[in-house]
Design a binder for this molecule. Structure first.
Ligand code: PHE
Length: 340
């Protein structure tokens, strides 16, 4: 039998009935495959015919081939389109649905608070300065007018650091940010006002004390800075940072580096909230900078005077938000942190 005659009607029918790309690929292969495709073979067999028959058959064969190719192409497009339609029918995207809310992180409450402190004191004209957490006894105590035998120097309270430093001026983790006040006074000419936020270290650990906590101290020195100015700044700061409804009481207190020294207590004005029990809470230590401290920093204490103060940051947040346990700030429990 001669391969040059193809049953073109049957082939066209197969193409038309194909339902998938795979089926079409198979038909294509069976027609045009290089070794055994029926069209390929028919083309080869043309040589076996005599010249007249060859011309005649070649013409028909070419016409069939073109017809197969164009039908295959049509069918390919048809199948592709059908598939797309089917997808858009089932894989719906509802653009009116709201997305699950995205969770973003935020600054730790202590960092947030420090930013707030810098902003509030910035409005009152205060500069911000920081210093090292490792200091020596001279900066942490001596220059701040602590007597050599003062109880605060006890190794029960202070983290001393083993080093080659002289026995009478050992290195330590600073117990307050007051040494930054010394550094600042030595580097600046009055008048000035500045705050000093940072970490401080004391050997103390319970629900309201932590071996590391945050403070910001502050300083305002000039020719006529008075105790009244200090009271005004303390009240403004506490109202801004803790509560507008606070009322205040000033008590005398002793700190070696100030004279007179005061502590400020606050309570919520007209507070009958039983959880606060109208209790006075100590918020800040402050006072007029001791002349010895000014002189230690080469500031003329006859010409200049001013005040210093020191706030505990965790303590302020605890008072503001009624947090009972200071350790919550350091365990990184997201249920706590997310509330800020
Ligand atoms: N340095 C004091 C402390 O850490 C705080 C303080 C600063 C008190 C300035 C008075 C004046 O406890």
């Amino acid at each position: 039998m001669n391969n040059t005659s193809l049953d073109s009607a049957k082939i066209l029918e197969a193409i038309l009935n194909a339902n998938s790309k795979n089926e079409l690929d198979d038909i294509e292969q069976s027609l045009f495959g290089r070794k055994s495709g029926s069209v390929t073979l028919a083309m080869k067999d043309l040589q076996k015919l005599d010249e007249d028959a060859r011309k005649e058959t070649a013409k028909k064969l070419n016409a069939d081939k073109q017809k197969f190719l164009s039908e295959l192409e049509k069918k390919h497009i048809e199948i592709k389109t059908a598939k797309k339609e089917q997808m858009s029918g089932t894989e719906n995207i509802d653009i009116s649905l709201s997305l699950p809310s995205e969770e973003t992180g935020h600054l730790h409450p202590i960092s947030q608070f420090i930013t707030n402190v810098e902003e509030v004191f910035g409005r009152m004209g205060f500069d911000v300065a920081v210093g090292p957490e490792i200091e020596n006894e001279e900066l942490n105590f001596d220059l701040l007018n602590f007597p050599k035998e003062h109880a605060a120097r006890d190794s029960q309270d202070v983290f001393f650091i083993k080093s080659n430093a002289p026995e009478d001026n050992k290195l330590l983790l600073r117990a307050h940010t007051s040494p930054v006040q010394i550094r600042y006074m030595r580097e600046h000419k009055p008048p000035f006002r500045a705050i000093f936020p940072g970490k401080v270290y004391r050997k103390d650990a319970d629900a309201t004390h932590s071996p590391m906590f945050h403070q910001f101290e502050g300083l305002m020195i000039g020719e006529d800075v008075s105790l009244a100015n200090m009271k005004a700044v303390m009240i403004t700061a506490i109202k801004e940072l803790i509560s507008k409804d606070a009322e205040f009481r000033f008590r005398t207190a002793h700190f070696p580096f100030v004279e007179p020294g005061l502590e400020v207590d606050m309570r919520w004005q007209g507070d009958d909230d039983s959880s606060r029990e109208g209790k006075w809470m100590e918020v800040v230590g402050c006072g007029m900078v001791h002349p010895n401290v000014l002189e230690n920093c080469n500031i003329d204490s006859k010409k200049y005077q001013g005040f210093a103060f020191g706030f505990g940051i965790e303590r302020m947040i605890m008072i503001r938000d009624q947090i009972p346990d200071l350790r919550a700030f350091f365990v990184n429990d997201l249920r706590f942190l997310r509330q800020f």
